[in-house]
Structures are given as C-alpha cells and as structure tokens.
Design a protein around this ligand. Structure first.
Ligand SMILES: Nc1ncnc2c1ncn2[C@@H]1O[C@H](COP(=O)(O)OP(=O)(O)OP(=O)(O)O)[C@@H](O)[C@H]1O
Ligand SMILES: [Mg+2]
Length: 516
C-alpha cells in the first residue's frame, strides 16, 4: 500500500475520532477537550515520520486565486497525465495547449528530487455555507498536499519547492499563447477605449531554422538572444536596464519582418507593433510604453518613414553654432513643442527607448527596421540604444539552401545547386523572390522543375543586370564623349581667343609705332 494511502486511512480514522469529538462536543467540558486534542496530536507526531505542506487554491483575506497553487498545478500536470489514474480536464485560455490534464481529487502522484521521494495529492474540503443566500453555494476549498519524510525537511522546503515553482513558471511561459499588440485603432470605437493597445493571438510560424541567412550570422544572433534572456544578474551587476535594441536593415523582401517573428517565437515574447504615425504626442508614447508588459518585443517598422524625426534633430544641432535669426525661430518653436509635449519628437522617442523606458520594465527588446539605414539620425541608432545592427542582405548560397530545404525538402543537387550558387553570386535576388520561385505552383511541379524555374529567373535577373550595366556604361561613355567634346570646344575657343588677343596686341603695338 502507498504511503499516502496509509496515511489517508489514518487520516480517516482521525477524522472519525474528530467527528465523535464533535458529536460529543457539548457533553465534554472544555479542559477535557483540550487534553483529548493534545494527546491525539502527540500520538500522530510520534508515529508519523512525514511532514505535510498544504497549498490552498484561494489565499489571502480576499480569497484570491493563488498563483503558487496554479504554478504547482502546472508543474504537476506534466507528471500527473502519465501517473495519475483519474484525471481532470480543464480548458485554459491564452495557452498553446488549451486542454490541461491534472490529477483529480484524492489522487496521488509521486515525484522525485535529488533521489528524495515526495508525494503530492489533490484534496478538497466542503462545508455548507451558514449564511442565508438566495443562491446557496457549498463552500469548497481545494488544496494540494505535499508529503515528505521529516529527515528531508531542509531540502524540500528550500530547494525542492523553489524548483517546482521555477519549473511550473517555465512551463506556463512555454505554453503561453503569444500575443500581437497594435496601437493602430482600426475601428473608430477603439479610440475611446481605456487601453491604447488592442491585441490578437500571434501565430506566425517563422523560426530560426526556416530563416534563410548565413549560418554564422544566425548563430551569432541566437547566442546574443540567449545571453540576453539569461542576463538578469549580469544586467543588475553592471547597472544597466535589462533591455536590448536591434536595428534590422536591408532591401525589401530580405526577411526583416520574418526575423522579428522568429525572435518572438524563439524568446516566447509578445510583440508590440508600434505604429508611430498614429501616436499623437510624447505623452501618448509614454502611456503606450507603460502599458506594455515585460518579456516583450516592441517593434517600430520602417523607422525612416515613420516620422520626420531626423529634421527636428538637425535643426536643434544647427542652433548651437548658427546665429541665423530665422533658424533660431524655427528651433525655438521645435523646442517649445518638445517642452509642451504637444507633438511626437525625436527626443520623445529617445526617452521612450532609454529614459523612462529603462525604469518601467525589464526583459524587453526593441527592434527598428529600415530599408535605408543611412537616412537615420545617428543618435537614434547609436550603440546602447540599438545595440546590434543586423544587415539583412540579398540571398546567398547558404540562405538558398535553407529555402530549398523549407520549400522543397531538398538538401542538395549535384547538377543544379552549383549553377544556382554561381548565379546568386552574379545577381541581387532577395530571399522573398527566391522563395517565390521555389514554391511549387501545382501538384505536378516536382522539385527539379522548381529549381529550374529559379535558374531561369536568376538568368533573367542576371541578363537584366548586365543590360542595365551595359546601358549605364554606354550612358557613361556618351557623357564622357560629351564632356570631352565640350572640353575640346572650350579649348578651341580659348585658342581662338588667344590668337585674337595676340593679333589685337600686335595691331595696337603697330598703331603706337612700336612695330614698323
Ligand atoms: N531571410 C528569409 N528567410 C526566409 N524567408 C524569407 C526571408 N526573407 C524573405 N522571406 C520570405 O519573403 C517574405 C517577405 O519577407 P519579409 O516581409 O520578412 O521582408 P522584409 O525585409 O520585412 O521586407 P520589407 O522591407 O518590405 O518590409 C516572407 O513572408 C518570407 O516568406
Ligand atoms: Mg517588413
């Protein structure tokens, strides 16, 4: 018989005694009751070498649902679905696995930690509500009981419980359905909602395995993310806010947005897609920031197009050395606007990134994307703000191999892969275009047809590029010839002028009698 069962039977005996005790409550004088309790307790502790800890479902004065109870339940559910005989099924909101199985009441499961055995059981007590109500409810109290030998008290109360809570939290985070938040109110009524963000579930399937880019570069990003995720102590030690900024830049279709989704899935973070063009002023930006949660990614796509932030910054700089009255007036105006926070400004955005931003949250990543990195104000993308600059480039051979595996399940092809590799070197094709060519358009298209289709596209692209280069060269030559002609003309004109000037001077000399 299991330890838990033995002691649950002993418990029933004790309960029967207590019942008898309760029945005769009225007839026992109080001092006899005290003796009875004292000796029954002594009796049980003498022979009972186990310690029990109860974790109640409802806790605190207001009987709120206990987070600890939920976390332990999550930890146990992984174990109980295999070992408990009677299970309870629950549907959990916002979870990737909405159906959660946990052990049913009075079931018991065994867990092991560093070679120590412990027993968990799910229990409940029911007592009828004494107070009058139109909707009588039975007062049911649920709790989980942890039983362990008293010789293991220290390990269990310090390390084991900590381990259970950490594991439970990790499982909750892993199973959490990610959310995609946006501040772009698509519906008019949303403008009047108290919260500035609306959300939907984030279900983008992108991941690092399917992201096409050079393996070393990918590895470097993954390592950077892992270091960030596990960097709580490090960031505290160096006195830096636990945040990291990434700048993704490159031509359209090179995978910047796909990379953001891959990062979100890898880190298990929610995504806040911040649309700056609809943010009224700096105050609204602050409010939006305060409403974001930890473990999240704040994304500003196409930062170069979002606002004319560069202009304002430049105006401010120019003021330092330029005395021009007109400019000064403009700068004062911009400063006034910043002061009143009546507009969204570059300094507002910089504050968003490293001012109050640092103080009101942890474990957050901010990502900017742009097609034109040179257009951005250096202040916006300097290290410390945007810690890592990642260039998303045209499709390389290594990136193509990832796409071929994703789209065609092909790892290599002796004949066609080298041709594609060579053509990719000679052209600038984005991973988006390569992917489009590789995608079978009908069930009759096999992988070789798709690879040949890509080769054809690459050859066309190469031809186009060569034609463009040839055209450019011809134009350059024409321009060169035009310049040469102009120069020659100028030279001839100059020479003619010189001859004329010479003749004039000779004539003058003749008139003056210097030449006979
Ligand atoms: N590096 C890549 N790896 C895998 N797929 C990619 C990659 N780049 C592009 N793609 C494919 O091309 C599509 C477009 O890519 P994506 O939207 O990520 O490009 P982008 O760089 O964000 O472009 P834009 O600058 O126009 O926003 C994606 O849906 C994806 O299927
Ligand atoms: Mg994009």
């Amino acid at each position: 018989m299991k330890i838990g069962e033995i002691w649950s039977q002993l418990g029933s005996i004790m309960a029967s005694i207590m019942f008898v005790y309760a029945m005769f409550d009225k007839f026992f004088p109080p001092h006899l009751r005290r003796y009875f309790l004292k000796y029954t307790n002594k009796f049980s502790t003498l022979f009972y070498p186990y310690i029990q800890i109860k974790f109640h479902e409802l806790s605190g004065e207001k009987l709120k649902h206990s987070e600890t109870y939920k976390t332990i339940q999550t930890y146990l559910s992984a174990n109980s679905s295999q070992s408990a005989r009677r299970l309870k099924a629950e549907v959990i909101k916002d979870s990737q696995n909405p159906l959660v199985l946990s052990m049913d009441d009075n079931q018991e499961i065994v867990d092991e930690f560093n070679g120590i055995k412990v027993w968990w059981s799910a229990n409940h007590t029911t007592s009828k509500s004494q107070s009058f109500s139109f909707f009588p409810t039975s007062d049911e109290k649920r709790f989980l009981t942890l039983t362990f030998h008293k010789r293991n008290r220290d390990v269990i109360t310090t390390s084991y419980i900590q381990h259970v809570l950490e594991e439970g939290k990790a499982i909750t985070t892993k199973n959490r359905q990610l959310k995609l938040y946006t501040n772009n109110p698509s519906k008019e009524w949303m403008r009047y909602m108290s919260t500035k963000w609306s959300h939907t579930s984030f279900e983008h399937p992108a991941c690092f395995e399917t992201l096409a880019m050079e393996p070393e570069k990918k590895e470097e990003i993954i390592n950077d993310l892992l270091k960030f995720k596990e960097g709580k102590e490090y960031y505290t030690k160096v006195g830096k806010a636990w945040k990291r900024g990434y700048l993704l830049f490159g031509p359209p279709g090179t995978g910047k947005s796909t990379m953001i989704s891959a990062i979100a899935n890898f880190m298990n973070y929610d995504v806040y897609d911040l649309e700056l063009t609809v943010v009224k002023d700096n105050n609204e930006l602050k409010r939006l920031l305060i409403e974001t949660s930890n473990k999240s990614i704040i994304v500003i796509e196409d930062i170069d197009c979002s606002l004319n932030l560069t202009g304002q910054r430049k105006m401010k700089k120019e003021n330092d050395d330029d005395e021009n009255e007109e400019k000064k007036k403009l700068v004062d105006k911009a400063k006034g606007e910043e002061k009143n926070e009546s507009k969204l400004t570059l300094s507002g955005l910089l504050n968003f990134i490293d001012g109050i931003w640092s103080a009101c949250g942890a474990e957050r990543i901010i990502i900017f994307t742009t097609n034109f990195v040179d257009k951005l104000d250096p202040a916006l993308i300097r290290r410390g703000r945007m810690d890592k600059h990642i260039e998303m480039s045209y499709c390389s051979y290594e990136a193509f191999k990832v796409l071929a595996r994703n789209y065609l399940d092909v790892e290599s092809h002796d004949e066609l892969f080298p041709v594609i590799g060579k053509l990719l070197e000679d052209t600038n094709m984005t991973p988006a275009d390569v992917a489009e060519n590789l995608m079978p358009k009908s069930i009759t298209e096999d992988f070789e047809t798709c690879l040949k289709k890509l080769i054809q596209s690459l050859e066309e692209a190469k031809k186009k590029l060569e034609e463009e280069e040839a055209k450019k060269k011809t134009e350059e030559k024409v321009e060169e010839a035009r310049l040469k002609e102009e120069k020659d003309k100028q030279k001839i004109a100059q020479e003619e002028e010189n001859v004329k000037a010479n003749e004039n001077s000779k004539e003058n000399d003749k008139e003056n009698g210097l030449i006979h």
